[in-house]
Ligand binder design. Sequence first.
Ligand code: MN
Length: 153
Amino acid sequence: MLGQIERGESSPTVATLWKIASGFGCSLSRFIAAPTAQGPLPLFRDARSVRAKPATDDMLVAPLFPFDAAMGFELLELTLLPGYVRESEAHANGVIEHVTVLRGALDVLIKGQWHPLAEGQAVRFAADLPHGYRNLHDEPAVCHNLIHYPAMP
Ligand code: MN
């Protein structure tokens, strides 16, 4: 699979990108966005200008604040199109995710159980266990996913 992606013969899904990132112990945004330019604050970002479909599955990703080692997190805006279901393998040890629903509704899989989240609701969970996201509704679901990575030794 890695060879096919390297040779341009296959386009990975976001799930595959996440697997590869986890394997290297690095963040998803390493693969889909240039690091945030270092510079004075405030740093303004616009999801409309960075939102893209980086892979073949029905998810749009806007890396609002790509991973920055000094911050220890990345903040992604995710759009789950209707019918999107993804079960993700565990990320690296100590990774913690925060999902906040901005629009629509979605379910988050935590320890084998799907938890519904409506607009304005949020959850923090250990992402070093298998987990997942799905949108079984007719409208796109938009959320923020703040992924915290523990300090690298
Ligand atoms: Mn995840």
